[in-house]
Design a protein around this ligand. Sequence first.
Ligand code: COA
Length: 322
Amino acid sequence: MTISTHIAGYGAYLPSKILTNRDLESIIDTSDAWIQSRTGIKQRHIAADTEATSDLATAAAHKALERAEWQPQDVDMIIVATTTPDYTFPATATRVQDKLKAGSAIAFDVQAVCAGFVHALAVCSSMMKDGMAEKALVIGAETFSRILDWSDRSTCVLFGDGAGALALQAKQNNPEGAGIIKTLLRAQGTDFRSLYVDGGASTNGKIGHLRMDGKDVFKKAVTRLADISQELLDQQGLDAQDIDWFIPHQANQRIVDALGRKLRIPAAKIATTIASHANTSAASIPLVIDSYGQQGHLKPGQLLLMQALGGGISWGACLVRY
Ligand code: COA
């Protein structure tokens, strides 16, 4: 008996406050032209002071439940990929379980920064194969606005807040071959100064701010994500032409374009929301799935290639038959 993990629903939540590049011009020394030409970003959503990461995650989860036609109590596992948790502990996923009234579903967080969502998909798929859960919510949710140094123009213009959720169902002996096919994950801890937050409970006791060597991260993102994606395709005996939708982490349009060129994936098959969402870290991939799903672009049987890289440096790629 083989068990596979299927996408049964998707949902998203974006805070109502929109901060445009023009708005940023009045806060820091930047310009709409610079931000757009270097990153492709036009605007980002910012959580209200009263909104915590679990609120964003819960709102996205409700939408995914609705689309899957599940009740909260049907869910037996909630995984939240986040690096901006509500509290140092407990896991934000337990706050989501409580807010959803999802009984005593397994609930824990995965922390792999921008690569968190692909890590969470891998964990969910493995646990489903082990029979530990049948109906899960895997949520990417972030309030990065809270860890940005709003006086550092080289980082604060790049990120936004939001949440995306997938309802994932374990199916036995699935004849259509749909579901999560394979995930590859990597980390290189020696690179940690390239992208990190200068705070933490066991270092200086502060929440800290995001610090980044943008050029270094840019180069590493292009080479490592191209390599891991090619390795995944080769392992599965697939070619880039077999991919219906390339769903990269939404960090920078120039990174995405470079990856498309390296992997020989045409622009028409590359899903992007970076212009309107900016980089929402672990939330970016499920936000793209929600956006492209709602527009009717995602069809059963299509092959999706997701990939992401972030602080750690951690990265990964995941192949899914929709
Ligand atoms: N507005 C205007 N000018 C800015 C600016 C901003 N928001 N941010 C930086 N600059 C300036 C710099 O100060 C520098 O000025 P100088 O030449 O006078 O010193 C100039 O623009 C060029 O800076 P540089 O860092 O060389 O730009 P870049 O082309 O590398 O682009 C990033 C910077 C951050 C956009 C780019 O490196 C990047 O996107 N890296 C990847 C980051 C990322 O995606 N991280 C998350 C991964 S999960």
